[in-house]
Design a protein around this ligand. Structure first.
Ligand code: NAD
Ligand code: 6OD
Length: 476
């Protein structure tokens, strides 16, 4: 929970101006305060503050100085750990252990990871022969892009915001961040931590508000913004890309998915079931990496489906959808799926007999029997829903898994090592997990193909995106 109202942070000053947008507690549907909507003038001021800060003392900070401040920010998050966890749970309704075990530790780890990586980054040089025999020395320096806009979604609010803010600061940029209007609180706490960590005023700025026709649009269209790092829906990516194209600003996009899983008959059935419970139902399916369609080799289809249904019915303590509108969208998919196919488990709104009946919950749901072009099999649902289908051959399942507009992540469950190495790289995705799901090493490339994203984040990929190499050639 926040001890003060949700505030913007511009040029080193906190500010709660702007028309209020109501916040709703997704657990019970009750009012949960409000978030101020930044005016266009405030967004302009935030970009101006970020531009000014590029010419201030920040420009003289060495990579080691920047690494130190990133560690101080991580320390600050850890010091106020409980407040961050409470704020993330209040905004999203997610279970306490999810925020405490994943979101908030990962936010601190994001800062430490990029601080540590800075220490290992070198510059390249070449000795170049010249006709006079004396040669030339070429060397590259990496420069920040300038003012970076970071626009982030509601599902993993602090994790995804810091995943971009940390490398942007590590490479010497200044930042204007805009979190989702539904989940502003941890970003606000982060601004407090950043202020305490001693970053010069204007290096990190935070504005709140909506997307189209509001802060998100004004920020991404702003001529003073040099690059846009965005995580969110693919359709929003198209809009932002158009805005960035007008001034040829670089973009980094992490977008939607319709992730497939493949379970071969030689897999360890119990591990595949347990892994699928995690991959389909973590955060009630509101993680971009969640498995929404699962192909199971025919000889084990019935056994696998039976066990998955059993385990999904045992799930307790799961969180709600982020909003009534999102719950209604998910339920709309389930209603249509029930007519066109079969609901093996869940399929509706649970009844708890307590305040949660006013919230936005959906039962963990297992579907089967839908055609590959059915909306519930083709479109991103972003809820606790997985569709099971049998398959017969490796070639066939690769064709089905690789169909459709998205290509973010996939899982493969098999006991055959050669098959694992054959199938995983043949999947049309940015990230494939074999016999696990969402096991992360922050140095590895993260991102999607097709409508799931543009560019890669993680490790050097992020540091490369947020900086530009420049070559200096010195005649000797
Ligand atoms: P969204 O695209 O609606 O919103 C994301 C952010 O963009 C919010 O801050 C929003 O205010 C802003 N925004 C919306 N319209 C805008 C516009 N016209 N101009 C500028 N900014 C705008 O997405 P969401 O509903 O918050 O998040 C869910 C989506 O995000 C899902 O599709 C999910 O798959 C995707 N996602 C992807 C990843 C990934 O790593 N690939 C991670 C998390 C979420
Ligand atoms: O783990 C990550 O780095 C990451 N970007 C996760 C994204 C999850 C999407 O909801």
């Amino acid at each position: 929970m926040l001890s003060s109202p949700v505030r913007h942070y511009v040029g080193g000053v906190f500010d709660a101006s702007g028309d209020p947008i109501p916040l709703v507690d997704p657990v019970n549907g009750r009012s949960a305060g409000e978030v101020p909507s930044a005016s266009e003038e405030l967004v302009d001021r935030a970009v101006g503050a970020a531009r000014d800060a590029l010419r201030g003392p920040w420009a003289t900070w060495s990579p080691a100085d920047r690494a130190q401040v990133l560690h101080r920010i991580a320390d600050g998050i850890e010091r106020r750990f409980d407040a961050f966890v409470a704020a993330e749970c209040a905004d999203t309704g997610k279970p306490h252990e999810l925020a405490a075990d994943v979101d908030i530790p990962r936010a601190a780890a994001n800062f430490r990871n990029f601080a540590d990586l800075l220490a290992g980054r070198g510059e390249q040089s070449w000795h170049t022969p010249t006709p006079d025999g004396r040669g030339a020395l070429n060397y590259t320096v990496r420069k920040p892009l300038g003012v970076v806009a970071v626009v982030s979604p509601w599902n993993l609010p602090l994790l995804l915001l810091t995943w971009k803010v940390a490398p942007a600061l590590a490479t010497g940029n200044t930042v204007v961040a805009k979190p989702s209007e539904m989940t502003p609180s941890t970003a606000c706490l982060l601004a407090e931590v950043i202020a305490e960590a001693g970053l010069p005023a204007g290096v990190f700025n935070l504005v709140h508000g909506g997307g189209g026709g509001a802060a998100g649009q004004w920020l991404t269209e702003h001529p003073g913004v040099d690059a846009v790092a965005f995580t969110g829906a693919s359709a929003t990516g198209t809009t932002i890309m158009r805005a960035a194209a007008a001034r040829l600003a670089p973009i980094s996009f992490e977008l939607g998915g319709k992730n497939a899983g493949v379970v071969f008959a030689d897999a360890d059935l119990e591990k595949a079931v347990a892994g699928t419970v995690r991959s389909a139902f973590t955060h009630s399916g509101q993680v971009c990496l969640c498995t929404e369609r699962l192909y199971v080799e025919r000889p084990i289809f019935e056994a696998f489906a039976g066990r998955l249904v059993e385990e999904s019915r045992k799930l307790r303590g799961y969180g709600p959808m982020i909003s009534a509108a999102h719950r209604d969208k998910v339920i709309g998919h389930l209603t249509r799926a029930a007519t066109d196919g079969e609901v093996l488990a869940g399929g509706g709104v649970p009844r708890f007999g307590d305040e949660r009946d006013g919230g936005f919950f959906v039962e963990p749901t297992v579907l089967t029997g839908l055609a590959e072009d059915h909306p519930a099999v083709r479109e991103e649902i972003f809820g606790p829903v997985v569709h099971l289908a049998p398959f017969d051959t490796e070639e066939e399942v690769l064709g089905r898994a690789n169909a459709g507009p998205y290509g973010l992540a996939a899982t493969v469950w098999t006991g055959d090592l050669a098959r694992a190495h054959r199938v995983a790289p043949a999947l049309d995705v940015g990230i494939a997990w074999v016999n696990t799901w969402n096991l992360r090493d922050l140095r590895t490339p993260f991102g999607g193909v097709k409508a799931s994203g543009i560019g890669r984040e993680g490790g050097d990929h992020s540091l490369d995106f947020f900086s530009e190499p420049m070559n200096v050639c010195v005649k000797l």
